[in-house]
Design a protein around this ligand. Structure first.
Ligand code: NDP
Length: 271
């Protein structure tokens, strides 16, 4: 049987790293991509080839996809995962920071999808797995720009799925809830860079409380397993939300309706 080939972005830590390692240990040849090459070198193996790349760099993405096609001849799976969370009140996050959030979380995914799709269409097969978030379907104060980027990922994925299913290409969204990675620490680093007037003090106090459960959250391996399942299943779910809180939050939003859900969130956050 020919070896299956996967591209995984954001593979230098967290979910991407766990995914690259799990796919490789299940027989895939993985092109593992991120900016921090020294971190990628730590997972280099016979089945993991690191590529140093920033997902905002269209030329670098083109070169990486071309390299994968030249050396391996096909791309079976794309895992779009590289991302970060720009915390801060919508009013206070600079337009530059908001643009950067979309450059990485949305256009970074889109650039990869546009590069691999012609090859997957020629192959008449392929699977694109986009890592979204619990905040791809709901939103909460302080996470507005991040949630907007993940809502965009969900919309693009849903549209693309219908556009390419007839070419034999599957598009899957995996929506994690809180997962223990470097993600939350980076969110708070970025929050420090946003100037908030005193009126937002309650929100700023609430945000660390909201993420206080992170040390007890599941590790990235559960998302990696969901990616492997989606990549190998002949009938993968269109959207897989996990752990359970990711699913229940969306159900609660649907059940309560917008006004009541928002009230409950403000009550929980004490803002
Ligand atoms: P980490 O911070 O641990 O990993 C993020 C990865 O993205 C790193 O490998 C980082 O690599 C890469 N990355 C960030 N910016 C760029 C860029 N411009 N170019 C290339 N790579 C980049 O976080 P997670 O593993 O938790 O996050 C992975 C995905 O999961 C994200 O899309 C996130 O939104 C999503 N998610 C995470 C949740 C959580 O609770 N952890 C919850 C819901 C969704 P480097 O810095 O080396 O470039």
């Amino acid at each position: 049987m020919t070896q299956r080939i996967a591209l995984v972005t954001g593979a230098s830590s967290g979910i991407g790293k766990a995914t690259a390692e799990l796919l490789a240990s299940n027989g895939y040849y993985v092109f593992a991509m991120a900016r921090r090459m020294h971190r990628l070198e730590q997972i280099r193996s016979d089945n993991i080839e690191p590529i140093c790349l920033d997902v905002t760099n269209a030329e670098a993405i083109r070169t990486a996809v071309k390299h994968a096609m030249t050396t391996k001849g096909r791309i079976d799976v794309l895992v779009n995962n590289a991302g970060y969370g720009q915390l801060g009140a919508i009013e206070c996050v600079s337009m530059e920071a908001a643009h950067q959030q979309f450059e990485v979380n949305v256009f970074g995914y889109a650039r990869f999808m546009q590069e691999v799709l012609p090859h997957m269409r020629t192959q008449k097969a392929g699977c694109i797995i986009n890592i979204s978030s619990i905040l791809g379907r709901i939103s909460i104060p302080g996470f507005g720009w991040y949630a907007a980027s993940k809502h965009a990922v969900e919309a693009l994925s849903e549209t693309l799925r219908s556009e390419v299913i007839k070419f034999g290409i599957n598009v899957v969204v995996i929506a994690p809830g809180l997962i223990k990675t470097e993600f939350a620490a980076k969110e708070f680093e970025l929050l420090e860079t946003v100037a908030h007037p005193p009126a937002y003090q309650k929100l700023l106090t609430a945000l660390p409380r909201l993420l206080a459960g992170e040390p007890q959250a599941p590790g990235p391996e559960i998302i990696a397993q969901a990616v492997l399942n989606a990549a190998t299943a002949s009938f993968a779910p269109m959207r897989h939300a996990l752990p359970a809180d990711s699913k229940t939050a969306v159900i609660a939003r649907w059940f309560l309706g917008g006004r009541l859900f928002n009230w409950a969130i403000r009550l929980k956050m004490k803002i």
